[in-house]
Ligand binder design. Structure first.
Ligand SMILES: Nc1ncnc2c1ncn2[C@@H]1O[C@H](COP(=O)(O)OP(=O)(O)OP(=O)(O)O)[C@@H](O)[C@H]1O
Ligand SMILES: [Mg+2]
Length: 152
């Protein structure tokens, strides 16, 4: 599934809609260059979950937990792992827990990611505010979520 958003608000609105379709223990991988809109998208998800706290990219910690919404949100940004050692981060506890895990820069830690997930690839279109979002599902559960998303 592919959509184009014209500005930050449209990206947030789309993410908010998706948030309503998520269940405990689901994972979303966000891919795309610096400034593509991954954290912006995460803010939309948080809004959809009723989280009031302000979402900031976890710069000094790899993971931030938001537990004031209808489901816990685990926001991971693995960017700083680029040249990191392969220590066990214990991420499974989050992925297979009772919340929604959102991962920025998961490509830096591919071995530790779940086998099934929804992924969103962000592409900046001609240096503008336009973004192309390519959404892909891996696994039955996520195919169902995407089907429902397409039908909305
Ligand atoms: N259509 C759009 N969707 C999302 N963000 C947009 C859009 N148009 C413009 N922007 C702007 O692009 C920037 C996206 O920044 P954001 O922090 O979300 O990127 P990121 O992908 O998380 O980057 P990083 O890899 O550095 O964490 C914001 O300043 C936002 O306002
Ligand atoms: Mg970010």
């Amino acid at each position: 599934m592919k959509i184009i958003t014209k500005n930050e608000l449209e990206t947030k609105a789309f993410a908010k809609k998706l948030a309503g379709l998520l269940e405990p223990g689901t994972t979303i991988l966000l891919e795309g260059q610096l400034g593509a809109g991954k954290t912006t998208f995460t803010k939309g998800i948080a809004d959809g979950l009723g989280i009031q706290r302000i979402i900031k990219s976890p710069t000094y910690t790899l993971i931030k937990e938001y537990t004031d919404g209808v489901l816990p949100l685990y926001h991971m940004d693995l960017y700083r792992l680029e040249d990191a050692e392969d220590e066990d981060l214990g991420l499974d506890e989050y992925f297979y827990g009772d919340g929604i895990s959102i991962v920025e820069w998961g490509s830096f830690m591919e071995e530790d990611l779940p086998n099934e997930y929804l992924s969103v690839h962000f592409k900046v279109l001609n240096n503008s505010d336009k973004r192309e979002l390519l959404i892909q599902a891996k696994g039955k559960r996520y195919e169902k979520i995407m089907e429902r998303l397409e039908n909305e």
